[in-house]
Design a protein around this ligand. Structure first.
Ligand code: COI
Length: 353
């Protein structure tokens, strides 16, 4: 792929790496590429980060034909930069785009674009502990038309954001509310995709959760509101009586890259991982009985996030005295050790940029 480069007049001052938060700062350059039916993808360009001008009738503004991804570039102790399983993001985006009838970005093109942009912006990969460069590829329908049809034109964009922890709490446990009124996904819907619409529909749960002093919402299945599925910005796992439980990937749950990696690691460590439908009633009962030993979320942004309490129908269950669990900490250290190049990558998951 030929990538054109448009130089920026003035570079920004870099933010303080100790106060990055999540998604607040953006690197100097972004990648853009256009798609037109009959032509295919064209005009791959690395250009100054800035506004994208749109006709008010652009399809995405009306019918939300949009998908996105999230991955990170990590600064190793030796100064080199590496990505973590980027091919998983490329393939997931293909699946998302197919479900939304959007033009797909071939895996090699996706990886080449990510690599080229991160290489061009390598100074933006932070080196402070617990920091990384969050990579946000996204694609949207950009034909101008109010008819509800598959768009004939798309744009693929990648932006970069130096980040610290996703939650203000850092690695301290968060409190999560189980949502019993609204649902996030149903069988046959778009739950398994990373499309903006899934998140738009979930904000109401997030608003409710915050009212109850919770950081995020835990969604139940869309049919019976009985089985636990995933959290607003991450997948979730429960350790009950020494075994791990997490929702299966059957169409409604996002197939998280961190989720998949953690399941691999856990099975290697000899844990029984049950990818199964766990009812919220059984979960709460395990909490009441003291059998719910640890709960943690997994995600690229969230990494491994301990959950210290669950709130469901007004009842609050505390997990492990609101302390990070031993296994949660071990998983966090091991996974981030691989990602930051401190632990041997025996799975071959990292890719030097
Ligand atoms: C990610 O973990 O990369 C995500 O996309 C979650 C996001 C909604 C913050």
């Amino acid at each position: 792929m030929d990538i054109k480069f448009i130089k920026r007049e003035e570079l920004q001052e870099k933010p303080d790496q100790k106060k990055l938060g999540f998604g607040k700062y953006f690197a100097d350059y972004m990648f853009t590429m256009d798609y037109d039916e009959g032509i295919g993808w064209h005009d791959a360009t690395i250009r100054p980060y800035g506004p994208i001008e749109m006709n008010p009738a652009t399809v995405v503004l009306h019918y939300a034909q949009e998908t996105f991804e999230g991955l990170k570039a990590y600064r190793r102790a030796d100064g080199q930069i590496q990505l973590f399983r980027p091919e998983m993001n490329a393939r997931r985006m293909i699946n998302s785009n197919e479900r939304l009838c959007m033009a797909t970005i071939p895996e090699d093109m996706f990886i080449e674009a990510v690599n080229a942009l991160v290489k061009a912006e390598e100074d933006w990969v932070p080196s402070e502990p617990e920091t990384s460069l969050y990579i946000r590829p996204f694609a949207f329908a950009c034909e101008s038309s109010l008819g509800v049809h598959k768009s004939k034109a798309y744009k693929f964009v990648i932006i970069l954001s130096p980040v610290g922890a996703y939650y203000a709490e850092g690695l301290a446990p968060v409190k999560i509310m189980v949502e019993d009124e609204y649902v996030r996904a149903v069988q046959g819907g778009t739950g398994f995709t990373k499309c903006g619409g899934n998140y738009a529909g979930s904000i109401i749960g997030q608003v409710k959760a915050e009212k109850y002093g919770c950081s995020q919402v835990l969604w139940l299945d869309g049919r019976e509101r009985k089985y636990v599925e995933e959290v607003g910005a991450m997948n979730i796992m429960f350790k009950i009586d020494g075994e791990i439980y997490t929702a299966p990937i059957e169409g409604t749950v996002l197939p998280g890259v961190t989720r998949d990696s953690i399941i691999h690691i856990l099975r290697d460590w000899g844990y029984k991982v049950n990818e199964t439908h766990l009812s919220v009633d059984d979960l709460m009962q395990a909490g009441r009985d003291g059998r719910l030993e640890e709960v943690y979320g997994t995600g690229t942004a969230a990494v491994i996030s301990p959950v210290g309490a669950l709130v469901y129908k007004g009842e609050e269950i505390t997990i492990n005295n609101f302390q990070i669990g031993e296994l949660t900490q071990k998983l966090y250290d091991y996974l981030t050790g691989i990602q930051w190049g401190k632990v041997e990558d025996k799975y071959g998951w990292t890719r030097l940029v």
